[in-house]
Design a protein around this ligand. Structure first.
Ligand code: ZN
Length: 177
């Protein structure tokens, strides 16, 4: 699929954070990534399909150009879910005793923004709200994400997602745009 990746050794132990078939992705057929991210092979495939079928077509239609760089804020991370806004003050960690985040299984990615071919940056934090084309692009992207991912969380969900779109292929189903 023209994804640029390196195989990684299996992550973790059963019952805790684990990724059976991890790959470190640094770019795909459509865009380079701002930094490499470790994902399960299945998730890497899903992200690539999402880029081909949603990100690029929507960018071309709404913004008149391609996305050249995908800016993600995290992929694999061994932590519980950040479901409680109180945790925000405590930093990057999850809730003690909370359910394992899909990030802990390599099944999730947080997208912070997109850099277009001409260098224009579309940022979830700055451009999600409003009436401009950047906002239209992000909102349409979020809606269409639900066809590729099981959980889609946006700035509309809560303050913890004010600056990114959380996309995962875990067992739950929540389309929260
Ligand atoms: Zn996330």
């Amino acid at each position: 699929m023209h994804v640029t990746f390196e195989r990684q050794p299996p992550v973790g132990a059963p019952g805790s954070c684990s990724v059976a078939n991890p790959v470190k992705v640094s770019g795909d057929s459509q865009a380079v990534w701002n930094r490499p991210g470790v994902l399960s092979c299945a998730m890497a495939r899903t992200v690539e399909r999402f880029e081909q079928q949603v990100v690029q077509p929507v960018a071309l239609r709404v913004l008149g150009q391609r996305v050249a760089r995908l800016v993600h804020m995290g992929t694999y991370a061994c932590r519980t879910r950040r479901t409680d806004t109180k945790v925000a003050a405590a930093g990057n960690g999850g809730v003690a005793g909370g359910r394992l985040s899909e990030h802990g299984k390599g099944q999730a990615i947080d997208l912070g923004g997109f850099e277009l071919a001409d260098g224009t940056v579309v940022s979830v934090k700055k451009d999600w709200s409003g009436a401009g084309r950047k906002s239209e692009f992000l909102q349409e992207l979020a809606r269409a994400s639900c066809e590729h991912f099981n959980v889609v969380l946006t700035p509309n969900h809560n303050a913890l997602h004010a600056d990114h779109l959380h996309l995962d292929i875990g067992p739950h189903r929540l389309c929260g745009y």
